[in-house]
Design a protein around this ligand. Structure first.
Ligand code: C5P
Length: 213
């Protein structure tokens, strides 16, 4: 069972106020934290970094490449840099540095059971509404809504097809769905929430204590 992991870290962090992947928390950057969590389950990790910075040196287990203008392009570049075929490929946001090893394992376990595409999800405790021009157009049924996280897992050939389709989306699972493939949900975790705003660091700092960091 060979696992390749793509960590996308090429965003500009506009809402954060700078490239958050290089922000240091507890002595290491958010990107390093994400790599640490992915390491134990991955045979090879490829990290997509912003254009214009010097890439760290790569080796067979950890390689760096340049990302693209969109997350989808960054995933495609990292996938190409993966080189070999792996049984499963995980796609992970560097912006979710505290996703636990247990979550990575849960995603891979579902792939090993034969699921084609696997995504962690949490229930939505808030009611979500579709809004246009500051007016509510629709209220969604909360019982049918989940919040989706990463790592997202794919059988290798499916991710290759997703990338070759050249479709754009906020995640690859959405493209799998558009292509008509089943996407399986596994339980997500609050720790895997995305760091978007500076305040998210404070929110995520507390649960990190005692997690062997
Ligand atoms: O922008 P968003 O919050 O969707 O970013 C999710 C992840 O995708 C982040 O880890 C970010 O660094 C990455 N990303 C990327 N290349 C881009 C845009 C976002 O690797 N062009």
């Amino acid at each position: 069972m060979a696992v390749g992991t793509l960590i996308v870290a090429a965003g500009s962090g506009q809402r954060f106020g700078g490239p958050k992947q290089f922000e240091r928390v507890g002595g290491i950057t958010l990107l390093e934290a994400a790599i640490e969590r992915a390491k134990s389950i991955s045979n090879r990790i490829v990290v997509a970094l912003p254009a214009g910075i010097e890439l760290p040196s790569s080796n067979s287990e950890l390689a760096y490449t340049v990302g693209g203008d969109t997350r989808t392009e960054s995933v495609a570049n990292a996938f190409r840099a993966l080189g070999d075929r792996f049984d499963y490929v995980l796609v992970h946001d560097a912006a979710r540095p505290y996703a636990s090893q247990a979550l990575f394992e849960r995603v891979v376990a579902a792939l090993a059971r034969g699921c084609l595409a696997v995504i962690p999800a949490l229930e939505s405790v808030d009611t979500l509404k579709v809004v246009e021009d500051r007016m509510v157009r629709e209220t969604l049924d909360r019982n049918k809504i989940v919040r989706v996280q990463t790592p997202q897992g794919f059988q290798y050939e499916l991710l290759a097809e997703i990338i070759n389709s050249r479709k754009e989306a906020t995640d690859e699972a959405a493209i799998a769905e558009q292509l008509g493939y089943p996407v399986t949900i596994v339980p997500g975790e609050e720790l895997a929430s995305k760091v978007t705003w500076r305040a998210d660091l404070e929110r995520l700092r507390l649960p990190r204590v005692g997690l062997g960091f």
